[in-house]
Design a protein around this ligand. Structure first.
Ligand code: ADP
Length: 523
């Protein structure tokens, strides 16, 4: 490629943004775009996706169109660019007719290098008309996973983007950007945008400045209070799964004198945006929010993300957690786990109006999310593995890496669990398997004659709860899988057989010592 375009890009990086070097992946994506190659860029949240289209916009002739779902943030994004002296504007439904027409005229006159629009606008007659008068070089599709039904944030309005591009009368370069790297989403984007595998640029998904922690069996309220008390001067986001919970946490923190704001879909637009602004400008140190908050917000000094409840998918979790430490400084991502949250999410999936396939997929994703809370592996490694990036490297600082405890050989107990699953022909769920193993005298066990299974009572020294937790670990490590929807049954996987045959041993970090024999919980 012409060397000077890339050089020019490098100069803009320094002179406008003040950065010395492109990050991993940014350079390759920008090179491709400057060469006119349609590209899909996949980078984690905080990885630096915006520069991948902003810099080419400044180097290429004509206008760069940025398609973004974030109407409420377009103004902020454009203001931030204008502060850097980058000529940018946006067109969306918040503008008055006269303002819109002034902007359209200025776009035609070539005043702007970047124009942000929402997907709904693309087929608008006035916008079509505008396009006839301007020369587009690049179309950047931000949050491109919104195009895929398999993404965690599908937006029907994004469906029109690919046909709009197909019908466009000018030749433009397309750059789709997302932090969602699942195969299914990537495959959809490639199909919609006709982009070859070789032009899918995925950067490393590791976020080395983040420390992940999962807290199980703690009182969430107490944990939160002491966690926040130690961080009074730091900015952070607390995510909860329902509006009600957001309000409860907000009330509690406000009554304790914390500098806090809240954000959820049930609030008025103006209230939400006032609270968002307060957080962005450090007037409120903490924001308690549902997952409606955060997409597209570039606040660099968020020092922690506290998940009060379990998110539904690893994609959503990593996107939310990734909002910490955009400035590269050390930051914490803490997830408070309670089994009730898994039930709540299952219930929400069950209630949703989804096809069976879709529902099964949602349950699987939830199971993988739950696995994050039970795994013994390095938490960063678990996430990377989920996104298809296999590595043996451990982060050395997540709650699993620093967990004190001894590795104990649990091959024998794992074999007992696997044999039980096999003997009941993979027809029962976790509770039943645990009840058989501890020798429960539950009515249902008797009715189904499960007390005749040869492994009945083999783990009678364990509590039912501990066996269930052990099964959770075996699932998180993929020795077992749960299939089905609301009442998942436990099945063996390809990893099970070597352990069952005694060819491989299975070690668990012991925090799960067999409890003193006690009354079984036969509920
Ligand atoms: P994303 O959209 O991928 O979540 P952003 O584009 O908002 O991430 O970038 C995250 C942060 O990283 C921003 O504060 C941005 O200014 C900064 N950043 C981006 N590229 C670089 C770079 N090459 N060097 C240093 N900082 C960068």
């Amino acid at each position: 490629m012409e060397k000077n375009k890339l050089q020019l890009a490098q100069e803009k990086l320094k002179s406008i943004y003040g950065y010395d070097q492109f990050r991993d992946g940014q350079r390759v994506i920008i090179e491709q775009v400057l060469e006119g190659i349609d590209t899909i860029g996949i980078m984690p949240t905080g990885g630096g996706k915006s520069l991948c289209y902003q810099i080419p916009a400044l180097v290429l002739p004509g206008v760069t169109l940025v398609i973004s779902p974030l109407i409420s943030l377009m103004k902020d994004q454009v203001d931030a660019l204008n502060e850097l002296n980058i000529p940018a504007t946006y067109l969306n439904s918040t503008l008055s007719a006269s303002e819109e027409s002034t902007r359209q005229s200025r776009i035609k006159e070539g005043h702007y290098k970047l124009v942000y629009v929402a997907p709904e606008r693309l087929n608008h007659p006035s916008f079509q008309h505008l396009l006839e008068h301007i020369s587009l070089s690049l179309v950047a599709i931000d949050e491109a996973h919104c195009m895929s039904q398999w993404g965690h944030d599908f937006r029907p309005s994004y469906l029109s983007v690919s046909s709009w591009l197909d019908e466009l009368s000018q030749k433009v370069t397309v750059l789709a950007l997302t932090a969602t790297a699942t195969k299914q989403v990537c495959f959809d984007l490639q199909q919609f945008l006709h982009i070859d595998q070789q032009n899918v640029i995925t950067t490393g998904f590791e976020r080395t400045n983040l420390t992940f922690q999962v807290k199980k069996g703690v009182s969430k309220q107490k944990f939160m209070s002491s966690f926040l008390a130690a961080r009074k001067n730091e900015s952070g986001i607390i995510y909860a799964s329902t509006r009600k919970e957001v309000e409860q946490i907000f009330d509690e923190l406000a009554s304790k004198g914390f500098d806090v704001a809240c954000y959820h879909g049930g609030m008025s637009e103006s209230q939400r945006s006032a609270n968002q602004e307060a957080f962005i400008h450090d007037e409120a140190k903490i924001i308690v929010a549902t997952n409606a908050f955060g997409m597209g917000i570039d606040k660099s000094n968020v020092r922690y993300i506290l998940h009060y409840n379990l998110p539904r998918t690893i994609e959503a979790y990593y996107q939310e957690a990734g909002r910490a430490g955009r400035d590269g400084e050390a930051s914490d991502c803490v997830l408070l786990f309670s089994p009730q949250d898994v039930r709540t999410q299952s219930f929400l999936i069950e209630q949703s109006d989804r096809t069976d396939d879709r529902m099964e997929m949602e349950y699987k994703k939830l199971q993988q999310m739950t696995g994050f809370c039970h795994t013994e592996r390095c938490l960063q490694q678990y996430i990377l593995h989920y996104f298809g990036e296999d590595t043996n490297k451990t982060c050395g600082k997540c709650s699993n890496c620093v967990q004190a405890g001894e590795k104990v050989d649990r091959t024998k107990e794992a074999q007992m669990v696997f044999s039980t699953v096999k003997r009941v022909r993979e027809r029962f769920g976790k509770t039943m398997i645990a009840q058989i193993l501890v020798g429960s005298s539950n009515q249902k066990i008797k009715q189904l004659q499960l007390n005749d299974v040869s492994t009945y009572g083999l783990m009678k020294d364990w509590t039912q709860k501990d066996v269930a937790e052990f099964i959770d670990i075996l699932m998180a490590e993929e020795y077992l899988r749960a299939t089905g929807t609301s009442y998942p049954t436990i099945q063996l996987t390809e990893k099970t057989l070597p352990v069952l045959k005694g060819e491989e041993q299975l070690f668990i970090t012991e925090t799960l010592a067999p409890a003193e024999p006690q009354e079984q919980d036969d509920v």
